[in-house]
Design a protein around this ligand. Sequence first.
Ligand SMILES: *[C@@H]1O[C@H](CO)[C@@H](O)[C@H](O)[C@H]1NC(C)=O
Length: 246
Amino acid sequence: MMATVFWDEKGVLLVNFMERGTIIIIVVIITADVYYEMLNKLRHAIQNRRRDHNPSITAFHHSAYQNLPLLFREFLITRPKDINVYNEFGESVLSKACTAGHNDIVLTLIQHGADVNSSNMFTKITPLMTAAYYGHCDIIRILAHNDADAAMKDINSKTALHYAVDGSQNNAVKMLLAEKWSDVNSVDSKGWTPLMRAVLMFTHLEVIKTLVDCDSDLSIKDKNGQDVWQLAHLSNNWKALKILPD
Ligand SMILES: *[C@@H]1O[C@H](CO)[C@@H](O)[C@H](O)[C@H]1NC(C)=O
């Protein structure tokens, strides 16, 4: 136990107890100005010590997002067990690196035990969904090599393939469909297949072509009983209608 006691002419101002260490009692009799300056120094000293020995979760997430290798490594070394820690938004560090598209950081995180299937605490969005949406194909490849689950669904029942479609990322769509890694006909909470979402979201036409070529089931109807042609009509997506087989 360590106790630090601050006094001024009138008496005790602050008693600070800390765990561990031996008892040290500092009695300072000073004027208010000097005391204030000293307290500021003390505050900075505490902040610096924290920074040196215990980098925060916020700093860790920030370093993965901004690609700050020194700060990032410091966390890995000092808090290796916290690799899967969530921030206040329920995000994992891996998801931050996937959003920003930092391949090296993604690889390092996985090598140090980051869970490729971890999903956002609130939205259930996975690192793969994030990488798919932004079209970070190198990261999709890394996640694939590390057995990421492409069948996972978020709170709206969207898969990574839905996310690649929403981002209009044709290359990501192709990668997710290679070797039938993803189910081309999985439906979200509205009953929409990736092809239906592509039509409704007015994605690049190549995305629609890819989905048709990869055996999308055109007979599927959504929760309102509409098929993909009806959705194209409803949304006035005439270019998509031309591409859809008759
Ligand atoms: C991720 O999910 C897939 C599919 O369920 C599984 O094969 C893989 O082992 C999981 N990976 C981890 C790290 O849990």
